[in-house]
Design a protein around this ligand. Structure first.
Ligand code: NDP
Length: 346
């Protein structure tokens, strides 16, 4: 199957790319620069030489016409749209909102116009589009595949994480609206699925310049390994105390895009369950005794899960039934993440 994967340089997309190529699919992936493109080609020399892997440059997905050319690649059947900013290094929330929303509507419009062979589009959304900040500490709230973050553009200045959540929510809403509007005019030729993971941990297989370039969700493990948690105490994991391993998120995309037709029109809430920073620190301490001097000790306070009466509940049983993925354990994920970070110099 011929697949278009956007944002191939990303943490999650690198695992999707690896799984797609291992299964013999042919992939066109987009990145922002030639430098990133050549690193990906170097990682898969034989597929790059045979044309099974093509890396295309799409410099800025906030431009509405960014994807107009690449979608014309003949024979595309499936699109996995992962590219979207996930960081808090912005001064204006527009820096997140525009690439998220315009990137999503731009690619859908380009596909509807110029890619008649595409049958399914998977958009990487997020638990950010499910959670409702007003209820995150409310034990009577259960978030499911049907829950929607009520955030609007008026809320984006509340906090950097609200701005990120708004970018994901507005992008996902725009994607569903696009497909629904298309139905009125006789359909758009493809169906839509979203994958909505919470905090994603797992090994880095993408091509980091340095540890400082680590993706946002793995930053906490870098901090832990660098001794920050020992000095300052284990930080609170924040209200989003649920997680999933990156390899499982990648598998969810591959299954949703290529292997399970029945997920048409579904939001897939891909999560392994609860985590806490304190639990992650315990796993690192157990498996990497050579780092004991830099790690928090058993006495270091902080980072425990909020008590059951002070946090939301979740239910992703519909997703579990549809995907049938056995989610990796936190212990396996953390150990593999730390090993991969050590290769980059942690
Ligand atoms: P990364 O930062 O590693 O990946 C983000 C990708 O988007 C990169 O390829 C990046 O390119 C690309 N990108 C960002 N902004 C632009 C832009 N303006 N123009 C073109 N490309 C852009 O993070 P993740 O792999 O974690 O994120 C991938 C997706 O998963 C995102 O949609 C994110 O919202 C979602 N997600 C992530 C979670 C997590 O915990 N990691 C949780 C839930 C959802 P470049 O490499 O050049 O910066």
């Amino acid at each position: 199957t011929k697949v278009l994967l956007t944002g191939g340089s990303g943490f999650i997309a690198a695992h999707i790319l690896e799984q797609l190529l291992a299964k013999g699919h042919s992939v066109v992936t987009t990145v922002r620069s030639e430098e990133k493109a050549s690193k990906i080609r170097e990682a898969y020399p034989s597929q790059a030489a045979s044309g099974e892997l093509v890396v295309a440059i799409v410099p800025d997905i906030a431009q509405p016409d960014a994807f107009d050319e690449v979608v014309k690649t003949p024979g595309l059947e499936v699109v996995l749209h992962t590219a979207s900013p996930f960081h808090f290094k912005f001064t204006d929330p527009k820096e997140l909102i525009d690439p998220a929303v315009i990137g999503t509507t731009g690619i859908l419009r380009a596909l509807a116009r110029s890619a008649p062979t595409v049958r399914r589009v998977v958009v990487t959304s997020s638990f950010a589009a499910i959670i409702d900040e007003a209820h995150q500490t409310d034990p009577s709230t259960t978030f499911t595949e049907a829950s929607w973050n009520p955030v609007t553009l008026d809320d984006v200045h509340r906090s950097p994480s609200t701005a990120y959540r708004a970018s994901k929510t507005l992008a996902e809403r725009a994607a569903w609206a696009f497909v629904k509007d298309g139905e009125k005019d006789g359909g758009v030729g493809f169906d839509l699925v979203t994958v909505n993971p919470p905090m994603v941990f797992g090994p880095v297989v993408h091509y980091l310049e340095s540890l400082d370039a680590v993706n946002t969700s793995n930053e906490r493990l870098v901090d832990c390994l660098r001794g920050k948690w020992r000095e300052g105490g284990v930080p609170s994991g924040g209200p989003v105390a649920i997680w999933v391993d990156v390899r499982d998120v990648a598998e969810a995309h591959v299954k949703a895009g290529l292997e399970i037709p029945e997920v048409e029109g579904k939001r897939l809430f891909a999560t392994a369950g609860l985590f806490s920073n304190a639990e992650m620190a315990r796993v690192v301490r157990k498996h990497f005794p050579e780092d004991a001097e830099r790690l928090p000790t058993e006495e270091t306070k902080g980072g425990e899960l909020a008590p059951e009466g002070q946090r939301f509940k979740f239910d992703n049983s519909e997703t579990n039934k549809l995907l049938g993925i056995k989610w990796r354990s936190l212990e396996e994920s953390v150990v593999d993440t730390v090993r991969s970070l050590k290769k980059v110099g942690a």
